[in-house]
Design a protein around this ligand. Sequence first.
Ligand SMILES: Cc1cc2nc3c(=O)[nH]c(=O)nc-3n(C[C@H](O)[C@H](O)[C@H](O)COP(=O)(O)OP(=O)(O)OC[C@H]3O[C@@H](n4cnc5c(N)ncnc54)[C@H](O)[C@@H]3O)c2cc1C
Ligand SMILES: NC(=O)c1ccc[n+]([C@@H]2O[C@H](COP(=O)([O-])OP(=O)(O)OC[C@H]3O[C@@H](n4cnc5c(N)ncnc54)[C@H](OP(=O)(O)O)[C@@H]3O)[C@@H](O)[C@H]2O)c1
Length: 445
Amino acid sequence: MTQAIASAVVHDLIGIGFGPSNLALAIALEERGQVQGPLDVLFLDKQADYRWHGNTLVSQSELQISFLKDLVTLRNPTSPYSFVNYLKAHGRLVDFINLGTFYPCRMEFNDYLRWVASHFAAQSRYGEEVLAIEPVLHLQQVEALRVISRDSHGQHHVRTTRSVVVSAGGTPRIPTAFKALKDDSRVFHHSQYLASMAKQPRVSSQPMRIAIIGGGQSAAEAFIDLNDSYPSAHVDLILRGSALKPADDSPFVNEVFAPQFTDLVYQQNTAERERLINEYQSTNYSVVDIDLIERIYGIFYRQKVSGVARHVFRSLTSIENAVADGQGIKLALCNTASGELSEQHYDAVILATGYDRQLHRHLLAPLAEYLGDFEVDRDYRIVTDARCKASIYMQGFCQASHGLSDTLLSVLPIRAEEISASLYTHDKQHKQNSVAVERLLATAI
Ligand SMILES: Cc1cc2nc3c(=O)[nH]c(=O)nc-3n(C[C@H](O)[C@H](O)[C@H](O)COP(=O)(O)OP(=O)(O)OC[C@H]3O[C@@H](n4cnc5c(N)ncnc54)[C@H](O)[C@@H]3O)c2cc1C
Ligand SMILES: NC(=O)c1ccc[n+]([C@@H]2O[C@H](COP(=O)([O-])OP(=O)(O)OC[C@H]3O[C@@H](n4cnc5c(N)ncnc54)[C@H](OP(=O)(O)O)[C@@H]3O)[C@@H](O)[C@H]2O)c1
């Protein structure tokens, strides 16, 4: 391995990931910095350039939240980084108003996020995957954190910071039955949908047999895209549940995504937090927008009328096994109502099986002895033992304590403000109490 490139700068904050969560934080810190003085902040993202779930941006995909829940408006509607200002800057404000919608297509929201990210180019590095966050020790105390990353050329980088905010998003969930096929390009998670579909070989006049596993929004969007954009695709939609169920976005229920609801959830004991999160699962997980459900139902109904069964809806179906053989990917299916077993062959399998949220545990493993079980304070700062003077914040890994908004766009501007306020307080205390970090670094690098 070539020697790592080590920087002598001690940052105030390094953000892991530069998705919407850290973009909102970058804005909140810029605003606060104008009043309280700037912090030295750097954001690292493993993507080559800014994209918001880039391989899922199919043409029919719409934002599942009002555009007013952009990166700033809930906190500061006069911010130049609002979605409305983006529209104005791109000459589309009037046209957007004429659309009469609160739900822009995700391609446009992606463009909005890219536009905001471009304003923070000096504070961001792309193409760098953070591998680990380690302690910088002085007299048995964690005075700072060492962030180890690897760039697209395989070069390692080492940076030092007084605090980190881990906002690295979800990790594709791969069901056990498919683990052995992880290197087979015919089996891929929905997060890779566009790139992986582009690589699938197509034999003209031959139908493509495709299985989609899952019954959530991702599965539904993949189904519509395959139906509309791939005339040769014959799709089996395979789900464990008995039906595609609608996402509940009715107004009273939607109040669970209000900033005040974060306080309500946080104030409860663990059992009650869990109950609240379970009660409102159907706002977000394993559910589909009602418009999309109606479109899919219409597609299957028209098949019945025409008698041409292009797609198959396989509900109450579990995957018992998946293997590659001469005819493609063979799935062993079980109808969970009747117990009936069957086998089907597919040219490609799309795993629309959701996301896990465990990456923080992996990145912060070198700090495990200071962290306990990743309990977080109301300000999203991990509760550490007294030896750890550095601050570690998380966004997107706090659903269990802060509620369902945590993995979504719902409260981004407010959360960013809460973290930035906490950061300024802790950074000031930490700098006053510790003159050692810079000196320590001179010897540590
Ligand atoms: C297809 C899809 C559509 C969605 N649509 C909506 C919606 O309409 N409304 C809504 O409220 N929510 C939606 N969500 C939920 C989504 O989690 C949030 O919209 C939002 O993306 C959360 O932002 P984030 O910054 O926390 O995470 P992410 O957007 O996932 O960003 C994380 C970033 O971290 C980077 N990263 C990951 N690991 C590393 C590493 N080790 N080193 C460096 N960088 C790393 C990634 O490249 C990525 O850019 C959607 C989710 C998906 C999957
Ligand atoms: N347009 C948009 O804005 C858009 C588009 C896509 C996604 N999203 C968002 O992204 C998030 C994730 O949505 P998602 O659809 O990717 O995931 P999801 O809602 O978590 O749904 C995952 C699906 O996969 C199934 N599944 C999980 N493990 C399985 C296994 N081992 N075997 C078989 N099936 C399995 C689940 O089945 P069970 O129900 O049986 O558990 C569920 O139907 C949500 O917040 C969603 O709103 C938004």
